[in-house]
Design a protein around this ligand. Sequence first.
Ligand code: GLU
Length: 464
Amino acid sequence: MNVVTRFAPSPTGFLHIGGARTALFNWFFAKHHQGKFLLRIEDTDRERSTDVAVDAIFESLKWLDLDFDDKPVFQFERANRHAEIAHDLLKQGKAYYCYCSPEELEQMREEARQNGKPPRYSGFWRDRDPKLAPTNVKPVIRLKTPQTGELTIEDLVQGSVCVQNNQLDDLVLLRADGTPTYMLSVVVDDHDMNVTHIIRGDDHLTNAFRQIHIYHACGWDVPIFAHIPLIHGPDGAKLSKRHGALGTEAYRDMGFLPEAMCNYLIRLGWSHGDDEIMSREQIIQWFDTDAIGKSPARLDLAKLTHINAHYLRETSNQRLLDLSREFLTTKLSRQLTTTEETRLLRGMNGLKQRAKTLIELADAAIFYCVLPQLDDKAIKFTTPEAKALIQAVVSNIEATTDFTESALENLVRQVAEQTNQKLGNIAQPLRVALTGSTISPSIFEIMDVLEKEETLNRLKAFIK
Ligand code: GLU
């Protein structure tokens, strides 16, 4: 089978991480089966759909490096096609006009409630003579759904799920104003796009039963469904903003790398043994629906941060500079100079070992651009004794021509010996003088990166 999956977000808000995970599952499933991954923007809710949200979806997919095949489909543009199918079904006697007013429908529901039944449409116009139709009411088109028997879905994640047909009423396909319902649009689009596998949140499982009845009425092949459990918060409750149900761009702004996000999200509800860190190639090789869990996965920001730290260490210095540039320039309120770029590029080796996010990386890197104000811990090192030691280092540096990391280490060790000090007693004031902080990468690496002139400038300024 030529696998075709799709991601079908509604552009009514940001693309939150639950949606991003659904996109990832569909993308990797398609790649694993050498199939296609399609994008459909479900923008039929004209009140709530916005261009900003559409742009955010494209941006997020690009950020996560999830490319889609073919041109994206915009559902609203296809409304005529959807309506055409409703009219076809009408002609074939598989659908019918219903003239019930909202008041009548409410009354029906109320009666059902009173009889202890679920509030549903009674099928009033299903077999009624259309000649009895009122002339002043615009009808909706409803599907004749089977009233007896049952429908079973063999869901790739949920397993066999069965619903009695008498639990479902005749759903509306076309509204009185001629606009198609969501249920109809989804089915027609998935059919026309040749979608073979529908992987989506399990909040759509009940919709699947209604949708399958539309497929049957149309005489179309029913795709294979995989309804994945939603993501829950760390406390087990449904994910909300409080938990971090933010847009993917919020995670980008928090300094997470897209590859870390992908790795973390793909593992949220799917596993491959105990493997935690996986390359894209590995995920493509391994990803399938059989290892998707049935219970909701919990969002764990600490784990995401841990994975992010791993990817930071693996990322090239140039890319780290590119990714952290925005954070740095925001801090500096100006662009980076070429000297700063050169230093940052060389300094990344030490910096990336410690940072867990790009924000932490930028915070730790800023001293390569400007010497920050000494923090509270650092200021304690500005003692006359420390200044005397730094003066000794300055004199030795001025006299040397070898400014490599190892030469600098020897030089500082010698000063320690000559002054009868432990290396740490010199290293810490040096660190403070060079970085403004008591925590940093190796001071020898830092001196090497700053080069002689700037190193001396900073050390002399400290002594003053
Ligand atoms: N547009 C729906 C949503 O954003 C998805 C529908 C589907 O996947 O069938 O929840």
